[in-house]
Design a protein around this ligand. Structure first.
Ligand SMILES: *Cc1c(COP(=O)(O)O)cnc(C)c1O
Length: 446
């Protein structure tokens, strides 16, 4: 890890004058469609700290959207990626291959659920992995339909926009979208009309009914689901939902794809979130946390499914770049050495404990409607006090108050009313608690 002191420090307003200056250049040169949560320009980052160009040190509860789980300058990632940079930056695996790519695929076969024969293919972004999972499932089944779920998020390319549920900001004005994509209900416990305890059974029955009646199970190549829904609001499908969908897929020759791009690689306190209910996906997509911040993604799955696409049918110029592969091997080494699954579970314990106390201090829970998530993927859903009406303004105001005090938090959710916490798994417990102190004070500003 780079030697950034693991201490919050504010020496200017947030953003400070250097950031404001850079923001003006950015506005002139960078397309408006690319947004930023907080216009604070990064100078260095590592552990649980982001240091900006004004010398402020922010506590990081975002990990660059669940990416820098091992920190943004993890020693093993920097060491291995630097060595690889000096050796060669690129040869294109489709032209002359290299060992790092193969080694990442070997690690993926070991770490993903199930002891069947597995193979992988590597790409650059999460969306690219999801697109390739669809290509592979279609090639294997000879079918075209793809089933996705309410509140699901799978990316911003044309096909993955179609797979993504939420219109603004992901889809508005960007259609037409790819065909043969169908959306069915998910077991969102907090908002399920007959209560969370019924959500798993009822939502899976509804989803399966819609698939059989509206699409025809025999036309479905793949069902794709996030075992913990990320952008949709850190929704853990109610117990029983995922096993029911996985069983239905198995009985009907449908490829079950777990999109673990956000939830994978120790984030939820296990290597993969689908392990929680003993799910063994046919295919699993990974990215984000896989390579310590370097761009890498993968599709991993049953060898016979992965081999269904003809030679030359999968790939891409940069897919599985050697520097990114070296970074992934460094990140996996760090996860194992520091037992980051245990760290994620400890983060859950601390966060849920503190968030529960915060809610208990507010009359009837106040704006905190729900506290949920697993490991270091924790969220609070904000509502108008005494109701379940989403309160997106409360989420925005809390985030703003936290940012001003040097705590970086992100929002998410179909209704924009979820505050999500994704600290690096290597964050110190003192910083974690200090971040939570800032959040607690922010409730006083509402
Ligand atoms: C972020 C994300 C994606 C898209 O990944 P990109 O690297 O942004 O293309 C897909 N699925 C899930 C679950 C994600 O969280």
């Amino acid at each position: 890890m780079s030697d950034i002191p693991q201490e919050r420090r504010l020496v200017t307003a947030v953003p400070g004058p250097r950031s404001v200056e850079l923001q003006a250049r950015r506005t002139a040169a960078v397309a408006a469609g690319v947004g930023s949560t907080l216009p604070v320009f990064t100078a260095r980052a590592g552990g649980g700290i982001i240091e900006d160009v004004d010398g402020n040190r922010l506590i990081d509860f975002g990990s660059g959207i669940a990416v820098t789980s091992v920190g943004a300058s993890a020693e093993a990632v920097v060491r291995r990626a630097s060595a690889q940079l000096a050796d060669f930056t690129h040869s294109c695996f489709m032209v002359t291959p290299y060992e790092g790519y193969v080694e990442v695929c070997e690690r993926l076969a070991e770490l993903t659920p199930g002891d069947h024969a597995k193979k992988s293919a590597l790409f650059n972004s999460g969306a690219e992995a999801v697109e390739n999972a669809v290509k592979i499932a279609r090639a294997y089944t000879g079918r075209t339909a793809v089933v996705v779920f309410d509140h699901g998020y799978h990316g911003r390319t044309n096909l993955t926009m179609a797979l993504t549920a939420k219109n603004m900001p992901y889809k508005q004005g960007f259609g037409p979208f790819a065909p043969e994509v169908y959306r069915v209900p998910v077991a969102y416990g907090y908002r399920w009309p007959t209560g969370a305890e019924n959500a798993g059974a009822e939502a899976s029955a509804q989803a399966i009914d819609q698939i059989t009646k509206q699409i025809g199970a025999g036309n479905v190549a793949a069902v794709i689901i996030e075992p913990v829904l990320g952008e949709g609001g850190f929704i853990e499908p109610a117990k029983g939902f995922l096993p029911a969908i996985a069983r239905f897929a198995r009985e009907n020759g449908i490829v079950f794809v777990a999109d673990e791009i956000q939830s994978g690689f120790c984030r939820t306190g296990q290597w993969f979130a689908c392990e929680d209910e003993g799910i063994v996906p046919d295919l699993i997509t990974t990215a984000k946390g896989i390579a310590g911040g370097l761009p890498l993604s993968a599709v991993t799955g049953r060898a016979e499914i992965m081999d269904a696409a003809h030679s030359g049918g999968l790939g891409g110029t940069y897919g599985g770049n050697p520097v990114a592969c070296a970074g992934a091997l460094g990140a996996i080494e760090t996860m194992r050495e520091l037992d980051l699954n245990a760290r994620a579970r400890r983060i859950e314990e601390v966060m849920k404990g503190r968030l529960g106390e915060m809610r208990a201090k507010l009359p009837n829970g106040g704006v905190i409607g729900d506290i949920r998530g697993r490991g270091a993927m924790i969220a609070i859903e904000l509502v108008k006090a005494g109701t379940k009406d989403p309160d997106a303004e409360a989420a925005a105001s809390l985030a703003k108050a936290c940012h001003a005090e040097g705590l970086l938090v992100l929002t998410c959710g179909t209704y924009g009313n979820v505050l999500r916490f994704l600290p690096p798994l290597v964050i110190g417990e003192d910083l974690l608690n200090e971040g939570l102190d800032i959040l607690e004070q922010a409730f006083g500003t509402l």
